[in-house]
Design a protein around this ligand. Structure first.
Ligand SMILES: C[S@@+](CC[C@H](N)C(=O)[O-])C[C@H]1O[C@@H](n2cnc3c(N)ncnc32)[C@H](O)[C@@H]1O
Length: 213
């Protein structure tokens, strides 16, 4: 399992019943059981090819009694109260928020949500705050040459005083990469009057000024 998935696993409260949405190969689900971190996992897939691979890998690991596999869309195939922790990793931010929005009772019945969006992390944070989740910690992880953001939110909890992300050895590199990306996009958008007048442009300028400190 790579450090991206390890960072997701590290946030899972010990003894949880975990939903692994878009489990694909099932490495996170398998490690959650192997490490003893989760007591039960429900691993889901929307697409048939990864679903078949998932079933095969879980059976090869001998974890059929601990990892239930379901085929279907996001959290719609859960009942409220079935899981304590929801993990969604390796999926775009817009799709993650849609998956959360599509099953409000399931999400509200969970204690913990751990998200590793492939983009739009800011939108995820806003979405969580709007839905009364407290972001208690965040981390960064590097895998395959990319740095990923991992967000852990809980209900009725207080945020950690110092997020793992703030003391991560990856933070400097992550901010440099982010600044470079914002610079590139802002330069491109500056060429168009309508793009310059957009909310996205203002938001990116604001982020640029924050991370440039
Ligand atoms: C890039 S993989 C990430 C796999 C794994 N979670 C990881 O982090 O390595 C994304 C997976 O999510 C699945 N997926 C996409 N939308 C989904 C949805 N609405 N419900 C369940 N699975 C979904 C895809 O089929 C794909 O296997």
């Amino acid at each position: 399992m790579d450090s991206r998935m390890q960072a997701v696993l590290n946030f899972v409260e010990a003894g949880s019943r975990v939903a692994d949405i878009g489990a694909d190969h099932g490495y996170l689900s398998i490690e959650l059981i192997k490490s003893g971190r989760a007591v039960k996992v429900i691993a889901t897939e929307k697409n048939i090819a990864p679903f078949e691979a998932l079933k095969k890998n879980i059976s090869a690991a001998g974890f059929e009694n601990f990892i239930e596999v379901r085929l279907g869309d996001g959290l719609k195939i859960f009942s409220a109260g079935e899981v304590d922790t929801i993990c969604i990793a390796g999926i775009g931010g817009a799709l993650i928020t849609k998956i959360l929005d599509d099953a409000p009772e399931v999400v509200q019945s969970a204690r913990q949500v751990i998200l590793q969006p492939m983009n739009a992390a800011k939108k995820i944070r806003e979405h969580l705050a709007k839905n009364d989740w407290v972001i208690v910690d965040e981390d960064l992880a590097e895998a395959g040459g990319f740095i990923y953001e991992i967000i852990c939110a809980e209900k009725n909890s207080l945020p950690k005083k110092i997020f793992k992300r703030e003391s991560s050895p990856l933070l400097k590199k992550f901010l440099t990469q982010r600044r470079e990306k914002l610079q590139r996009v802002l330069a491109e958008m500056s060429k168009s009057e309508s793009a310059r007048a957009s909310e996205k442009f203002s938001a990116m300028l604001a982020e640029m000024s924050v991370i440039s400190g």
